[in-house]
Write a protein that binds this ligand. Structure first.
Ligand SMILES: NC(=O)C1=CN([C@@H]2O[C@H](COP(=O)(O)OP(=O)(O)OC[C@H]3O[C@@H](n4cnc5c(N)ncnc54)[C@H](OP(=O)(O)O)[C@@H]3O)[C@@H](O)[C@H]2O)C=CC1
Ligand SMILES: CC[C@](O)(C(C)=O)C(=O)O
Ligand SMILES: [Mg+2]
Ligand SMILES: [Mg+2]
Length: 337
């Protein structure tokens, strides 16, 4: 049985007595910094001098310092820059400011699991990993809710690493939803698998393949967009509230019958075997090695794919349709974002 912690299990007073450096002000960074600040925690954001996030963080009322300075000032250092930049920044600006008794924290176990960061033994190393995108971590907190999170302790020099991680999770709003205890290895492997096979890779390819099948068969792209992307959110919202059972209760019996007979033909034994292979490549370090190598050699393949994906017909049609639905608060991703 998973060990799950809620508000009543966490002491917010622990993190309120600490100085917390949030390194990075992107998707997770802005959410952690602002939620903790709103929870009464003494927060400072650490960014490099040419960072385009400095202005945003200052405009939100946060104090900003270079990463080394923020790390020297802090008792707790949360690393929230991209996974493949963390080892370099850790070696250049954090390690020498990480003295005995301090706490180093992560929101994903990648660099500890794959040993690209190996902190000194006399510091605590822990993780609070939200199970949701950073912008949702902030929005849900502002609506008095929370996004669930995983906590783990890699080094417990003080003997109090878990209590501090739980307190941090409370400041973030995660104990309102549930905080599950895990290890760095379990978080890293399940998170990478989930985003690749289901949440990002699996869902995107499913949407693209459905859209393309309809368009190739001569149906209107706008109808294909509404059918395969827009309505997906409405369906997933039902799952979010009541699981597959509530979704199947709400859709027609015709849709439910189609779900049972056709779903297993899309996600078939071959797809399941591929999922196992993807998991094995995460576990044996192949995925991490390839991703680190891609970054070290200039991200050519990644950037090329990103551009192609951004320009595809599904995105062009979708942007047009969303612009007619201001109530969705549509977002346009521009080059450089
Ligand atoms: N995205 C998410 O929702 C989730 C992320 N995580 C984990 O959280 C961590 C942070 O991810 P995420 O929030 O997506 O990161 P982002 O890509 O959003 O981080 C961007 C921030 O990092 C700064 N940054 C980028 N490169 C460097 C660098 N080389 N040196 C210093 N600062 C840099 C950027 O500064 P600049 O202003 O210069 O751009 C910006 O402030 C990762 O470990 C990730 O796995 C965990 C759960 C969900
Ligand atoms: C699903 C992607 C994620 O793991 C997340 C938002 O939880 C990430 O790495 O961004
Ligand atoms: Mg995740
Ligand atoms: Mg992830």
């Amino acid at each position: 049985m998973a060990k799950i912690y809620y508000d009543k299990d966490a002491d917010l007073g622990i993190i309120r007595k600490k100085k917390v450096a949030i390194v990075g002000y992107g998707s997770q960074g802005h959410a952690h910094a602002l939620n903790l600040k709103d929870s009464g925690v003494d927060v400072r954001v650490g960014l490099h001098s040419s960072s385009k996030s400095i202005a945003k963080a200052k405009a939100a009322g946060l104090e900003v310092s270079p990463v080394a300075e923020a790390s020297a000032w802090a008792d707790v250092i949360m690393v929230l820059i991209p996974d493949t930049s963390q080892a370099k920044i850790y070696n250049e600006a954090i390690a020498s400011n990480l003295s005995a008794g301090k706490t180093l924290m992560f929101a994903h176990g990648f660099n500890i699991r794959f040993k690209t960061i190996e902190p000194r033994a006399d510091v605590d190393v822990s993780m609070v990993a939200p199970k949701g995108p950073g912008h949702r971590v902030r929005e849900t907190f502002e609506a008095n809710g929370g996004v669930p999170a995983l906590i783990a302790v890699h080094q417990n020099a003080s003997g109090k690493a878990k209590e501090l991680a739980l307190s941090y999770a409370a400041g973030l709003g995660a104990t309102r939803a549930g905080v599950l205890e895990t290890t760095f290895a379990e978080e890293t492997e399940t998170d990478l698998f989930g985003e690749q096979a289901v949440l990002c890779g699996g869902a995107s390819e499913l949407v693209k393949a459905g859209f393309q099948t309809l368009v190739d068969a001569g149906y209107q792209p706008e109808i294909a967009y509404f059918e395969c992307l827009h309505e997906l959110k409405l369906i997933v919202d039902l799952m979010y509230r009541g699981g597959l059972n509530y979704m199947r209760y709400s859709v027609s019996d015709t849709a439910e019958y189609g779900d049972y007979v056709s779903g297993p033909r899309v996600i078939n034994p071959e797809t399941r075997a591929t999922m196992k292979k993807i998991l094995a490549e995460i576990q044996d370090g192949t995925f991490a090695k390839n991703w680190i190598e891609e970054n070290a050699t200039g991200r050519k393949s990644f950037e090329g794919t990103r551009q192609k994906e951004r320009d595809q017909k599904l995105e062009v049609v979708g942007a047009e349709l969303r612009s007619m639905m201001p109530f969705l608060d549509p977002v346009t991703i521009k080059p450089g974002d």
